[in-house]
Design a protein around this ligand. Structure first.
Ligand SMILES: Nc1ncnc2c1ncn2[C@@H]1O[C@H](COP(=O)(O)OP(=O)(O)OP(=O)(O)O)[C@@H](O)[C@H]1O
Ligand SMILES: [Mg+2]
Length: 408
């Protein structure tokens, strides 16, 4: 019997019987047998290791298969090495068509992120993206990437993990609807109040009319007040209509279009008040989805507020830039050099009928918020931390990116 030894560990025995010739074992035979035994020991260990690797592989594959999150791995050469079933489901793509293919075959939203990490070795965390599959299904996802490297620290590839945000977005929509419903009540009471006042004035005059018909002054007064008050109601109704118009479908657009058209509308007023307009636009701007006439309405309300807040000679600055922090999307800032938002009011200014102006209806920003909602944009007001005036910022989500197949 010969021991099979691997790294001082006994892994088995090699048992040999008597020679068929009946000869004894000579020392050359023993040398041969011990060489054989040491080779056999290596082979046995390798077989054991192989079985272990297969097991571990199966284990990892099972985990990847049952995971709710999508997992994508790309080698440093830019080849897709892993695309699990959750990733298939969310992206509407088959792993078989991607595996060992170039990273560019991944949906654009994922390819960019993973390439960025491959490029600089820096992880990207919790980045929101939108996946569109060939059948036009749109899935919002949140992605994180991380590089992986060998013991010497050389980058071997990068892995991207992403999860479906659909349910979360639905909850967000539900919350918005609930908030809208809640504001409906205060809106209704505001409307009632706004219509009641002019009606009271008109009624008082109408009651006096039979008695005072002969009074020239009275007739003139009546005509003036009635027209003014009716105009007020008419104005209110007009603005309320924009609050309630069902939105038309959003289309891909360049926000500079509606911004310029709105500025053109206001050109005379801006010149009269010697307000200069500064445009600070990033060279590379992500696309957005929008409805042009609603966006014009939104910018009109914001620019009018800025105009009303400024003394002659002020500056209206419009900034357009990417959202940053690895987030796709567009940020618009409307900055003025006016009086600023009154202390402690930032949230109130969005309430319908909240106004600090004698002639204001207080519907401007309420309408803006409604339009922003339709565009899934968030709107915030704050005072300029770097000086005078207010900053209204709008964060638009990125336009949906088409998967590689659709992009062609
Ligand atoms: N750029 C700004 N600078 C300072 N205050 C602002 C600015 N924009 C809005 N506000 C404040 O928010 C309030 C609400 O604005 P909103 O546009 O909703 O109504 P309004 O301008 O008062 O009335 P309307 O828009 O109907 O003429 C304003 O009355 C003002 O106090
Ligand atoms: Mg306004």
């Amino acid at each position: 019997a010969l021991p099979l030894v691997k790294e001082d560990q006994l892994t088995g025995f090699l048992l040999v019987g008597a020679k068929r010739s009946g000869d004894p074992y000579f020392s050359e035979d023993l040398d041969l047998l011990s060489t054989l035994a040491s080779q056999a020991a290596i082979a046995v260990t390798n077989a054991q290791l192989y079985a272990e690797v297969v097991l571990v592989n199966e284990y990892v594959e099972n985990i990847l298969k049952t995971m709710e999150s999508g997992v994508v791995a790309v080698s440093v050469e830019g080849k897709v090495t892993l695309f699990n079933s959750a990733a298939e489901r969310m992206a509407g793509l088959e792993a078989a068509s991607l595996r060992t293919g170039p990273v560019e075959r991944l949906p654009g939203a994922l390819a960019d992120l993973i390439q960025a990490t491959l490029g600089d070795g820096v992880p990207r965390l919790q980045v929101e993206r939108t996946l569109a599959s060939a059948d036009r299904r749109v899935t919002p996802v949140v992605c994180s990437t991380s590089p992986f490297s060998d013991a010497q620290g050389r980058i071997l590839g990068a892995v991207l993990v992403f999860s479906d945000l659909t349910r979360l977005k639905e909850l967000e929509d539900e919350r918005r609807r609930a908030a809208r419903l809640a504001s409906f009540q205060s809106l209704a009471s505001g409307i009632a109040h706004e219509i009641k006042n002019p009606l009271v004035a008109i009624r008082a005059f109408a009651q006096l009319l039979p008695r005072k018909f002969g009074d020239e002054d009275f007739r003139e007064n009546f005509s003036r007040v009635a027209v003014r008050e009716i105009d007020r109601i008419n104005d209110l109704v007009e603005r309320l209509r924009t609050l309630s118009t069902p939105s038309k479908p959003l289309q891909p657009l360049d926000l500079r279009g509606p911004i310029e058209e709105t500025l053109e509308l206001l050109r005379v007023r801006l010149e009269d008040r010697r307000i200069s307009v500064e445009r600070v636009y990033d060279e590379q701007l992500p696309g957005t989805l929008g409805e042009p006439s609603q966006l014009k309405q939104l910018f009109l309300n914001l620019f009018l507020n800025a105009l009303e807040a400024m003394e002659p000679g002020g500056t209206l600055t419009i900034r357009l830039k990417g959202r940053g922090n690895g987030e796709a999307g567009l940020l618009v800032e409307v900055v003025d050099t006016g009086c600023g938002i009154p202390e402690g009011l930032p949230e109130k200014v969005f309430d319908a009928f909240f106004s600090t102006k004698p002639q204001g209806t207080g519907l401007g920003l309420a309408i803006c918020r409604g339009i922003a909602d339709v565009h899934r944009a968030t709107i915030r007001v704050e005072n300029n931390p770097a000086g005078r005036g207010a900053v209204i910022s709008l964060a638009f989500p990125a336009a949906v990116e088409m998967p590689a197949e659709v992009r062609g």
